[in-house]
Write a protein that binds this ligand. Structure first.
Ligand code: ADP
Ligand code: MG
Length: 817
């Protein structure tokens, strides 16, 4: 804290020094200032906190301020911080926060290592464990624990520290604390209302007191006896519970209590208590007892399955020690434990990530070992393709194309991901690959997640490939049976050289004559399995995966660990950055006026609403309502409506009218997320912006700014959504860099959001948390790669078994690795 304040003061001194002499030397001072101020926040009293929060908000608009105003703001910050943020004062506040060092710790049962069993023994059903009755087995299965190993892996998701004693004077309301003191004034009180009884006792130490309160009739006598006896013998009592502020001081209602007695071991307090996820109808105590009873018996027999080298290098505890400590934590590193950073937790988290990375690495290697197609792609063929383009490829496109060409020429099957922001021009690169394949006599399948996107790709591929006479076809689920059958035949006979489609492409009846290349767009909506399914339509075709969601490196490594990655990190020249602004509900009038101005100038406007999924009727109603609202507000301009319940032809017709300008405004649910290019569209209005993920908003924003006119994006939200939601949206105001936005999304909403749903099978680790465990992920990835480079897993039979058990099915192919 002191350090932060010092840095803050130094920076402000520097900025204001000698009448702002060095002001221009510091790049983006507002970002650093915001960070430092945010770091201070938790340490401040209410008044300073309010002021600081205001300052942070002002700094957010820093970029839009004139230089003069910027200096004014900095000067004011400097004045207040130097005058009102005195170190000693804040320091004394801070001291209040420091927890007392007294800890009460009961020694825990130690691990007694037994002779190791092979890991296979742990795949046995849970019923095999002694003491697992039919009833207990049933409960365990409710938690998803079927095998012995499942029980070991059923790890606590948090811990309660029941060892650190808080002094009475430092109790804070609405926190959970352990206190120690002596008892006085034990009394049963009859409450005035309803004639109910309650037990109240006062627990005090040198610094203050807390009321212990028990309400349930049946426990009153029990606790009364214990507390009275402790009072009589002048013994110290521990109480653990939630602290409430009430008239007459702090209270704990129904705390856990235990009397300190030299001759008796504490049972519930003086421990760090693991908390497990429960299931319906099961309480924490039962779950803990069930899981721990199995864990206690079997962990001592657990073999060490990781290579000795890895354990030594990272100073990891052995498998059995790690799992033991996680289920039966001792006090050595209480603070680390609470943050999931104890050596044992790290080891356990590492194991999970390592196994997953190993599976990916093996998958990758397996593909590389197959004999794929070696396309012959000459320079002149590449030039031929480029010559027919209406534009020059960007450097990034050139680079990525080269990487793809290298892959295609090599006999190793290509397995490559192309990442690139919306509008960075991935399609043309993919079309080039399809062109090369066609020239080599092979077919290409292009799979997209939605019909509309499949349609768009179909048009685009046609545009790029028609000049060369390459025959492109379309296959989607909404086609009639007859239409489909015609396409099936054209695919089977090899008449179609490129087929663009949806999931319909991986249906059983689709047979290719000679599939040589698969291109998959928006990969994160498909699982590994679908990728494999498409690949299986050919014999080892090359695979190209495209994603417009820039994925933070963290996640790319996890999700796409089996792919080589290419990045198109440059937009075609001449694009103007889109101006983005948050609009609150009460500023609508201003927005509407602005829209009218843009429309009068001949530009077009998108208005997007979040998808309403509850029911068809509701969605229709909502869509129609918002359509009328905008028709009314933008009288004189023609408004079109697009929503998810329309038929494909209807959608296409509306889209077409917007494209030609017959509609100037398009009110739409998110179906345009991956919609059609309309260069005249310059304004994107997103209603209820707070309901979208940042990455999704970024995608939507990418629908404008496709021509050379200045474009705008308005994120409409309400002031009621709260500070955090607005803070999240600010990210979009501040940057257009998709990677930065994705990082922010990851931070704010976690990995699940970026990948849409859980169905992708990512982010569903049992213990690892990608946001928290990034460093471990990097380590795990590196170790996995090193291991399979140098070693054959046959040296580690237990590791191999474990890998197969956990990921064998998911990747379908580790068994032969
Ligand atoms: P993405 O699929 O990456 O979002 P597209 O491939 O759809 O982007 O390209 C966006 C638009 O930019 C398209 O209209 C495309 O024709 C055009 N485009 C692609 N590459 C270039 C380039 N190098 N120069 C100019 N325009 C380009
Ligand atoms: Mg695209």
């Amino acid at each position: 804290m002191k350090e932060t304040l010092k840095r803050l003061k130094n920076l402000l001194n520097l900025l204001t020094q000698d009448n702002f002499k060095y002001f221009h030397r510091v790049k983006n001072p507002h970002l650093t200032l915001q960070t430092l101020l945010s770091q201070l926040l938790p340490h401040l009293d209410e008044k300073r906190k309010n002021w600081t929060q205001k300052a942070i908000n002002l700094l957010k608009n820093y970029n839009s301020l004139s230089e003069e105003d910027r200096k004014k703001l900095i000067k004011e910050l400097h004045r207040v911080i130097t005058l009102k943020f005195l170190e000693e004062e804040i320091e004394s506040d801070l001291k209040k926060e420091i927890r007392p060092s007294e800890r009460i710790v009961v020694s825990q049962e130690k691990l007694q290592k037994k002779k190791s069993y092979p890991i296979k023994a742990f795949f046995q059903p849970i019923e095999k464990v002694k003491g697992v009755t039919e009833k207990r087995a049933k409960r365990l299965k409710k938690l998803g624990i079927n095998t012995v190993l499942d029980a070991i892996y059923y790890l606590p998701y948090r811990y309660e520290d029941r060892t650190s004693v808080t002094k009475m004077s430092q109790l804070k309301p609405n926190t959970t604390a352990l206190v120690k003191g002596k008892v006085t004034a034990v009394s049963v009180i009859e409450t005035s209302k309803k004639k109910k009884k309650l037990l109240k006792a006062i627990l005090y130490d040198k610094t203050g007191y807390v009321n212990l309160i028990f309400l349930q009739e049946k426990v009153i006598n029990y606790y009364k006896a214990i507390l009275s006896k402790a009072k009589e013998l002048d013994k110290e009592v521990l109480a653990y519970g939630n602290v409430k502020r009430e008239i007459g001081g702090y209270s704990m209602i129904h705390p856990e209590i235990e009397v300190l007695d030299k001759n008796k071991k504490l049972s519930k307090l003086g421990k760090i208590l693991p908390i497990y996820h429960t299931a319906e109808g099961l309480n924490q105590t039962t779950v803990r007892r069930d899981v721990q009873s199995v864990a206690k018996q079997v962990i001592p027999f657990l073999p060490e399955y990781l290579p000795e080298k890895i354990i030594k290098k990272h100073n990891f505890p052995k498998s059995y020690e790690a799992f033991w400590n996680v289920h039966f934590p001792s006090d050595e590193d209480a603070n680390a434990l609470l943050e999931f950073k104890s050596p044992s937790q790290k080891r356990v988290i590492f194991d999970e990530l390592f196994l997953f990375q190993l599976a990916l690495a093996l998958h990758k290697r397996k593909i590389k070992e197959e004999k794929g197609i070696s396309f012959s792609i000459t320079e002149s063929l590449i030039d031929e393709f480029k010559k027919h383009l209406p534009f020059k490829l960007t450097n990034a496109q050139e680079r990525v194309l080269k990487e793809i060409v290298e892959d295609m020429k090599s006999p190793e099957p290509m397995n490559r991901l192309v990442q690139g922001d919306v509008g960075s021009g991935k399609t043309v690169v993919a079309a080039a690959a399809a062109f090369f394949a066609a020239k080599g006599g092979y077919q290409t399948a292009v799979m997209a997640p939605t019909e509309i996107l499949a349609n768009q790709h179909f048009k685009k591929f046609n545009e790029f490939l028609k000049p060369f006479g390459v025959r492109v076809g379309l296959l989607t689920g909404s086609m009639t049976k007859k239409e489909k059958e015609t396409v099936y035949r054209a695919i089977k006979e090899g008449f179609l050289q490129v087929v663009v489609g949806t999931h319909a492409l991986i249906q059983e009846n689709v047979e290719f004559k000679n599939l040589g290349l698969t291109i998959i767009d928006e990969q994160h909506r498909f699982g590994v399995k679908q990728r494999l399914a498409l690949r299986k339509k050919g014999s080892m075709p090359d695979t190209l995966v495209m994603t417009a969601t820039p994925i933070p490196r963290t996640l790319a490594m996890t999700a796409y660990g089996d792919l080589d990655i290419s990045v198109i990190d440059e937009l075609p020249a001449g694009r103007k950055p889109i101006k983005t602004k948050i609009i609150f509900d009460d500023e609508r009038e201003k927005l509407i006026n602005f829209l009218k101005k843009e429309l009068s100038a001949g530009n077009r406007v998108y208005i997007v609403y979040p998808l309403i999924e509850e029911s068809e009727k509701l969605e229709l109603k909502a869509a129609t309502e918002m359509f009328h609202y905008w028709e009314e507000k933008l009288k004189g301009f023609s408004v079109g409506l697009l929503h998810g319940r329309m038929k494909q032809e209807e959608k296409d017709a509306v889209m077409e009218k917007f494209k030609t300008g017959e509609y100037q405004v398009l009110v739409s649910t998110t179906v345009i997320e991956v919609g059609v290019d309309v260069p005249e569209a310059t304004v994107m209005v997103i209603e209820h912006a707070e309901r979208f993920g940042l990455a999704q908003l970024h995608q939507l924003r990418g629908r404008v700014g496709r021509g050379d006119r200045q474009s705008y994006c308005f994120l409409v939200t309400s002031r009621k959504v709260g500070e955090d939601a607005v803070k999240r949206l600010r990210v979009l105001e501040e940057t257009t860099d998709g990677f930065k936005i994705a990082e922010a999304d990851l931070k704010f909403r976690g990995p699940g959001e970026i990948f849409g749903t859980r169905q992708s099978g990512l982010g569903d680790f049992k213990v690892a948390d990608l946001t928290r465990d990034f460093e471990l992920l990097k380590t795990a990835r590196q170790e996995a790669q090193e291991l399979i480079e140098k070693d054959d897993l046959s040296n580690y039979p237990d590791l191999k078994e474990l890998l197969e058990q956990r990921f064998g099915e998911k990747f379908e192919l580790i068994e032969s690795g």
